[in-house]
Structure formats: structure tokens, C-alpha cells
Design a protein around this ligand. Structure first.
Ligand code: 0O2
Length: 271
């Protein structure tokens, strides 16, 4: 297999990664725009490096000249990583994947219920995804790794150590990593136990930010219709309420301002 052809072979995988990153980010955005907690915190993707593909193919005893066999045997040429805040979110992301019409699940690896010997924890979904190319549709495999922020921290560090020691991490370092993996498990459990409180706090903050931005844009719009004195009065009232940090007062003020803006709009239509 000619080396320069690799770029052409990997092009559809690059396209798949780019498209899926956009799609998963959009899921996150949809949750946020609807004021609902998003199980997706971060999304990233990569196409496996040619060196890693060849190395893995060799390890699996696949003939390096046979591209079809390489594509069939190496499921993670296209890799997507979805990072969640809590372990509970992982299940939600897996459900989302199952319910999508553009992803057909091939198999799943649950390294959360049973971690790998290294201590690695993550949930992998291997799915078929079709990209449209100028030569027609190409159905290919993508690996979606779903894990928490804490699991990701551990695996990123461990992965770089794997590179450093070329897969032969010294025993004492391995033991440290295992104990760190246990600490990550503990951390995720502790975070889960206060999940409701954390989610509440995050939702309240988000709601406040949306309310403040709504209030400010209403005040901005009033500049063209209300008197300077009235705007000054509204602004002073806003700063006063904002300083109290009272969520309910802010909500009431937002409603009042909405009504005022509507009244001015109606007056303008009448005139
Ligand atoms: P890279 O650099 O991420 O591309 P299999 O086909 O099931 O026999 P495979 O494909 O290795 O074997 O499956 P597995 O074990 O599910 O691993 C797929 C990917 O998961 C790996 O790809 C890693 O990204 C990640 N992974 C698996 N085990 C570990 C681990 O112990 N530590 C870390 N940090 N990551 C792990 P690659 O090809 O190894 O690497």
C-alpha cells in the first residue's frame, strides 16, 4: 500500500470526526438553549495517526498492504470523545447515541463497570456512520469514548506515560496510577452524591445570567422610546435588585420590564 494514498483513505474519517464534533456540540447547545442541564460537557475528536494505525494493525496481525482489512479491524481510526461532569451523564449520552438515526451502534465496551487492568475507565461505543463524498456515501466506523472529567484527567496522564515508556510502564509507576484510578473512582462517587446540589447551583447561575441579559437588552431597547429620567430610574432599580442577589426579585423585575417594553411597543403601533 503506497504511503501517499493514506491521506486519501483518511479523508472520510476526518470528515466524520468534524461532522460528529459539530453534531455533539449542537446537542449540548440545544440543551443549554432550552435551559436544561446538558449531560455533555466537552466534545473533541481526532483521526488516528498513520503511525498508530500501522502499529495497531501490526499488533493485531493485519497485513499492512490490505487497507480494507485495516479499516475493518481498527475501529478507532475516527475517534470522538465526549466528556461528562458526572458518571450518571454517561448513560444519558449512550442513550442519545442509541436514538440517533445517523449512528448505528456496532458494539459497546463498558470499562466503567469493569475497569481495565491499568485502571482505565471509560465507556466506548463503536458505531457506523456514513459520510457523503464526491464518490458517493462511505459507511465507516467511529469510536465514541464517553467518560467523566475525572476519568479523562487520569487517562490523559496515563496515555502520555504509555508513550513515554513505550507501553512498559515501570511497576512502581503502574501501582501509583492504579491508586490514582481508585481516587478518581472515589471522586466521581463523591461528586455524584452531591450531583443534585451542583446541578441546582449551575442551573440557578445559568438562569440568572439569562435573566440579566434579558433585562439589559430590554433597558437598551427602552433608550429609543422612554425618557432619560425613566431609564435612569429603571437602571438604578436594576442595580439595587442585582445587589440583593435575590433570584425572585430579579425574576419579578424581568417580568415588569417585559410588560413595560410590550406597552411601549403597543403605543408605537397605535401611533
Ligand atoms: P490512541 O492513541 O488513543 O489511538 P480491541 O480491538 O478491542 O482488541 P482496542 O482497539 O485497543 O483493542 O480497544 P480498546 O482497548 O477499547 O482501546 C481503544 C482506545 O481506548 C485506545 O486506543 C485508547 O485511546 C483507549 N484506551 C484503552 N485502554 C486504555 C488504557 O489503559 N489507558 C488509556 N489511557 N487509554 C486506553 P489506542 O489505539 O490504544 O490509542
Amino acid at each position: 500500500m503506497e504511503i501517499q494514498l493514506w491521506r486519501r483513505i483518511l479523508d472520510p474519517y476526518r470528515q466524520a470526526v468534524d461532522e460528529l464534533v459539530v453534531k455533539f456540540n449542537n446537542i449540548k447547545k440545544e440543551y443549554q438553549d432550552n435551559g436544561i442541564y446538558s449531560p455533555i460537557e466537552e466534545v473533541s475528536g481526532r483521526v488516528k495517526r498513520i503511525y498508530s494505525i500501522l502499529e495497531k494493525a501490526q499488533r493485531k496481525g493485519v497485513n499492512l498492504d490490505n487497507v480494507e482489512m485495516i479499516e475493518k479491524n481498527i475501529e478507532d481510526i475516527a475517534g470522538i470523545r465526549v466528556i461528562c461532569q458526572f458518571v450518571e451523564d454517561i448513560e444519558k449520552v449512550v442513550d442519545i447515541i442509541h436514538n440517533r438515526s445517523d449512528l448505528e451502534v456496532k458494539n459497546e465496551k463498558d470499562y466503567i463497570s469493569s475497569a481495565k487492568d491499568s485502571g482505565y475507565r471509560s465507556y466506548h461505543v463503536i458505531a457506523f456512520y456514513t459520510v457523503e463524498t464526491i464518490s458517493g456515501p462511505k459507511k465507516l466506523e467511529v469510536e465514541i469514548q464517553i467518560r467523566t472529567l475525572a476519568m479523562n484527567f487520569w487517562s490523559t496522564i496515563e496515555h502520555s506515560l504509555q508513550y513515554k515508556y513505550k507501553g512498559n510502564i515501570p511497576q512502581d509507576v503502574r501501582e501509583r496510577l492504579l491508586s490514582a484510578a481508585n481516587a478518581v473512582g472515589f471522586l466521581d462517587n463523591e461528586m455524584s452524591s452531591v450531583r443534585e446540589e451542583i446541578m441546582d447551583a449551575q442551573n440557578t447561575n445559568k438562569e440568572k445570567a439569562v435573566m440579566v441579559s434579558d433585562i439589559l437588552s430590554n433597558i437598551e431597547n427602552l433608550y429609543s422610546v422612554a425618557s432619560k429620567r425613566e431609564i435612569k430610574k429603571i437602571q438604578d432599580e436594576f442595580y439595587e435588585i442585582f445587589a440583593t442577589d435575590d433570584h425572585e426579585l430579579l425574576r419579578q423585575f424581568e417580568r415588569q420590564l417585559d410588560v413595560l417594553a410590550e406597552n411601549y411597543k403597543a403605543q408605537r403601533v397605535e401611533n
